[in-house]
Design a protein around this ligand. Structure first.
Ligand code: 5GP
Ligand code: ZN
Length: 113
């Protein structure tokens, strides 16, 4: 828990979020500013600043299991979806706690720009 970190504070339930999945290691909640009909953030509960700071790679299968499960629940598994991570300045990463964006429910353009 990093008390200065927004997503750690969501994990700690100090800041409300629309939680759609939770277990002991992973939390998923709706993005506050959705860029698609489905826009969910999937995060490890343990604080990791981003991909570049990731050392516990064992969290990744859990994250992808949740992404697949949520895609099925949200009924975007057949139409398709995007799971992306921003890392660092040039990506526009705004929150320095590792998070996967799960986006779907509309045609997603590529490249994202
Ligand atoms: P990044 O640009 O760091 O990859 O994405 C951060 C995401 O977090 C953005 O899509 C933004 O809308 C979302 N976000 C920022 N603050 C909050 C918040 O307080 N609650 C929720 N649910 N999402 C947030
Ligand atoms: Zn954090």
């Amino acid at each position: 828990m990093n008390a200065a970190c927004l997503f750690c504070r969501i994990v700690a339930k100090q800041i409300p979020a629309a939680i759609v999945y939770e277990d002991d290691k992973v939390l998923a909640f709706n993005d506050i500013n959705p860029q698609a009909p489905v826009h969910i953030l999937v995060i490890p509960k343990a604080h990791v600043a981003g991909v570049d700071a990731l050392e516990d790679y064992a969290i990744l299968p859990d994250i992808f299991r949740v992404i697949k499960q949520l895609a099925a629940e949200q009924k975007i598994d057949k139409t398709g979806y995007r799971a992306v991570v921003n890392q660092g300045r040039d990506s526009g990463q705004a929150v320095p706690h590792l998070h996967f964006h799960l986006l779907g429910g509309r045609l997603l353009h590529w490249p994202p720009g």
